[in-house]
Design a protein around this ligand. Sequence first.
Ligand SMILES: O=C(O)c1ccccc1N[C@@H]1O[C@H](COP(=O)(O)O)[C@@H](O)[C@H]1O
Length: 198
Amino acid sequence: MFVKLCGLRTEADVAVAVEVGADAVGFVFSESPRQVDPATATRLVSAVPDGVLSVGVFRKTPVDEVARLAGASGVGAVQLHGDYPKEAFEALRHLGVPLIRAFAPTPDSDLRVGAFGEELLLLDSPVAGSGERWDAAALRDRVDGRWLLAGGLGVDNVASAVAEARPWGVDVSSGIESERGVKDHGLMRAFTAAARLG
Ligand SMILES: O=C(O)c1ccccc1N[C@@H]1O[C@H](COP(=O)(O)O)[C@@H](O)[C@H]1O
């Protein structure tokens, strides 16, 4: 089970994520209570060791700005969250890093991994980063391959959510916080362990 811990803001957050065995860590570049400025992001990315994927998370940021920020910070992957069209993924291909297509699925969504040229699909609740739980059980018959489940996951529900939806991995932000934007290191550890129980 691939585990991504998202919205990290301090070096201590990164150190704990690495220690508890996260596969990926996310840094939010766009407007959010978890936003990190470019200099902080660059510093945090450089603290992520080989073998752990550092992901730059973007929502509503223009694509040329995404390219500039991702390139300058050295992130190992780019997550485009929301309504980015296929052309946005094509425009970022030159960065040479894996792209993650993240959105809230509707009955009409194209759920084929790679449909927009992405390496990973991330299916989330309607309001990204809100901690809102949603019913993802029906997805297990609609999507397969390298896809991450996100949205309202926490220590108490991640194992059952994984059993129901059968994702390749999980992603979490709110469920590992003591307050919005502040990571709880105990919850980061407990979440990572719980995600891998099933
Ligand atoms: O976490 C944010 O503030 C955020 C901002 C902009 C785009 C995506 C964001 N987070 C993503 O939301 C889910 C986690 O949601 P939850 O808080 O666990 O419900 C995850 O994909 C994050 O990358």
